[in-house]
Ligand binder design. Structure first.
Ligand code: 5AD
Length: 327
């Protein structure tokens, strides 16, 4: 598929054919399992100022929290006790957690059960940090590239460059991480052309995973008055990414469940998605992880119910990337 064809698909409201094809590709290359991950949002402090994100450092209204290392490990224990074999540790770009602190947390969670995968999603750090985290046992790293258009990237991340983001992703891959990339669909200023480029990037780079979710305005950000990303477009991007990458793990993003409560989850599973992140952040902190407004909380029971409804198989296993080594 070339760019022109992809843009046509993105525009074309005749979705059933596209979704059927994506679902067939998913079944053939990934099987029927939907992998459950346990997510711990352990700090909402952030030193960056992404224009779309509620955690941005300049947001003075947000009440900030940090979980102690013991509390993070405790959340990890809850996940492992549920039988879930992937613990995802996510935070804003928060350098309060030093390299030794994070290494110790990773080791402690890895020691809870011999077959647990640890996924980190703690943003941009020094390259030696990434090596140390990997040596401590981290298996995967999520760092969305957000958009592959370098001008748009710098427009929404003032003072930052896409080239650095991409260099970090290359480093993570070289260190042996299963790497997750991903995009925000419907960023102010983004075109269908941009989205086609994103899909082609994911096809060519072949990450282990790709998170695809809609932009959702957050009231205390410069983008508060922009329109949210369109659910149907997100589903089309998801389906096209499934068709073009075949094996990449595709989560149902929390953002999609948030703008389309009810149908977001099942529709994404039928459009190529095969991963669900279940939130294990301590309940009283969840609301403070306010990346965007009206964030949904995807719980374990809800995830299982929906997976059964769409006649798929719940998997609590590690669910390693099919394309772990990349190319
Ligand atoms: N809308 C949608 N996604 C967002 N993210 C941050 N802010 C928003 C928003 N307003 C996503 C980014 C980031 C991840 C942690 O959350 O893709 O990588």
């Amino acid at each position: 598929m070339n760019k022109h064809t992809i843009v046509d698909y993105l525009r074309n409201p005749n979705d059933p054919v596209l979704f059927k094809q994506a679902d067939a590709v998913r079944r053939k290359f990934c099987g029927n399992a939907v992998f459950i991950r346990g997510l711990v949002e352990f700090s909402n402090h952030c030193c960056r100022n992404c224009l779309y994100c509620g955690l941005r450092g300049n947001n003075r209204v947000l009440r900030r929290y940090r979980l102690s290392p013991d509390a993070i490990v405790a959340a990890g224990r809850t996940i492992v006790k549920r039988g879930i074999r992937t613990v995802v540790l996510q935070s804003g770009d928060d350098f309060f957690y030093t390299r030794p602190m994070l290494c110790s947390i990773i080791k402690r969670i890895k020691s809870l059960h011999p077959d647990t995968a640890v996924t980190l999603s703690v943003g941009e750090r020094r390259l030696d940090d990434y090596r140390a985290f990997r040596d401590a046992g981290a298996d995967r790293y999520l760092l969305k590239h957000e958009t592959i258009n370098p001008r748009l990237y710098t427009a929404v991340h003032p003072g930052h460059r896409l080239s650095r983001r991409l260099r970090i992703l290359e480093t993570l891959r070289k260190l042996g991480y299963q790497v997750g990339v991903g995009i925000i669909v419907g960023l102010p200023g983004q075109t269908l052309d941009d989205l086609a480029e994103d899909i082609m990037f994911m096809r060519d780079w072949m990450p282990g995973m790709a998170g695809i979710g809609p932009f959702i305005p957050q009231q205390h950000t410069p983008f508060r008055d922009h329109v949210p990303g369109d659910c149907a477009t997100v589903l089309r991007v998801l389906a096209l990414t499934r068709i073009m990458t075949k094996t990449v793990l595709l989560p149902v993003t929390t953002a999609l469940s948030s703008i389309a409560p009810g149908e977001g989850l099942p529709c994404a599973l039928k459009a190529g998605a095969n991963v669900i992140m279940v939130n294990f952040t301590p309940r009283e902190k969840r609301r403070q992880y306010a990346i965007y407004d009206n964030k949904a909380a995807v719980g374990f029971k809800k995830a299982c119910t929906v997976i059964r409804q769409v006649r798929r198989v719940i998997s609590l296993e590690r669910g390693d990337a099919f394309s772990a080594e990349g190319k």
